[in-house]
Design a protein around this ligand. Structure first.
Ligand code: BTN
Length: 323
């Protein structure tokens, strides 16, 4: 974090109350003169900060930040948030943390990623601060066959959080993409480390990437025909990013603590944008063409092919065939 942001963070943590220049200087290891200069710089950027001799600095008015404090302010649960400016991939960093023993509820967040990973070895565009990119570490005590439900539970949690915090209605494209108006706004990548000795999961890392608003240069050529954002503007929506992240974590833990599949599978099914569509399902080198009849209670996509044969897919990629 640069000095400006560290000063702002201190003022933000005690918004409306005064914080002495001396306290800020001591805590950040800088001179009082640097504090004063930094406060003036922040004022020029539009932050309303009052100051009185011998009474320190007070942050007034609204201020949008995206950091550990702003996230904690909106979250009901307590999470260990590790925020980075830039990482190659929050999933990779989360796996490193998890393998060194980081506990459940540790969340690795990056303002931007240079090597964001998508499913099936694809790249996930996340170089812009307009998006929200994070990975949650869980240590599930559920049986291995239930692990695929972690992604299902997450998709429902994201969908509900977007509705609750941003007022936008979403659909889920099986398996785990979130769409608004036929545009993908969020992808989820779950990775797990298995313990073969007792057929259990050592840890799971759930990576979530959301396009909150649109980068000023737009989406790149590779994704411009499918990608969208929650907000159709180019400003960086820090307040929404904090609220959304907090709400997603709270929603996930609500489902995760009881882990009753019935509590989310019906919502998942109802939010599907594939039921009734004609699709190609790609799995490995195989492509099956048919009509989507349902998503069953195991979260499998149920397809009827032209010959009337029923297929059930646990995983794969479905492409809607345009009429
Ligand atoms: C997909 O759409 O195929 C899944 C995309 C998942 C992207 C998120 S962004 C945060 C986390 N870190 C990564 O490298 N990937 C996930």
């Amino acid at each position: 974090m640069e000095t400006k942001e560290r000063v702002l963070t201190m003022l933000y943590a005690q918004k409306g109350q005064s914080v002495s220049g001396e306290e800020i200087a001591a805590s950040l290891g800088i001179s009082r003169n640097s504090v004063w200069k930094t406060v003036n710089q922040l004022r020029k950027e539009g932050y309303e900060i009052s100051s009185k001799t011998n009474d320190g600095y007070t942050l007034l008015g609204e201020c949008e930040l995206f950091n550990e404090y702003s996230i904690a302010k909106y979250a009901r649960g307590k999470y260990q948030i590790e925020l980075y400016d830039v990482l190659p991939s929050t999933n990779d960093t989360a796996k490193e943390y998890a393998s060194k023993g980081a506990g459940e509820g540790t969340v690795i967040v990056a303002r931007a990623q240079t090597k964001g990973k998508g499913r099936m070895g694809r790249k996930f565009f996340s170089e812009s601060e307009n998006g929200l990119y994070f990975s949650l570490i869980l240590r599930p005590k559920i049986s291995l066959d239930k692990c695929s439900f972690l992604t299902v539970m997450t998709a429902v949690s994201v969908l509900e959080a977007i509705k609750e915090t941003c007022g936008r209605e979403c659909q889920i494209k099986w398996v785990n993409d979130i769409y608004i108006n036929d545009r993908k706004v969020c992808g989820i990548l779950t990775e797990a480390s298995l313990n073969m000795e007792n057929a259990s999961t050592d840890y799971a890392v759930i990576g979530i990437g959301i396009n909150v608003s649109i980068d000023k240069d737009g989406f790149n050529d590779e994704i411009k025909d499918i990608a969208g954002a929650i907000f159709d503007t180019t400003d960086i929506k820090n307040e929404y990013k904090s609220k959304l992240l907090a709400k997603i974590l709270d929603n996930i833990f609500l489902y995760y603590e009881s882990f009753q599949v019935e509590s989310f599978i019906e919502k998942y099914r109802k939010s599907s944008n594939l039921i009734g569509e004609n699709v190609d399902v790609l799995r490995g080198n195989e492509t099956i063409e048919g009509k989507v009849l349902d998503i069953d209670n195991e979260a499998r996509l149920v397809i009827e092919d032209k010959a009337g044969k029923i297929h059930r897919f646990f995983s794969g990629e479905a492409r809607v065939k345009r009429k």
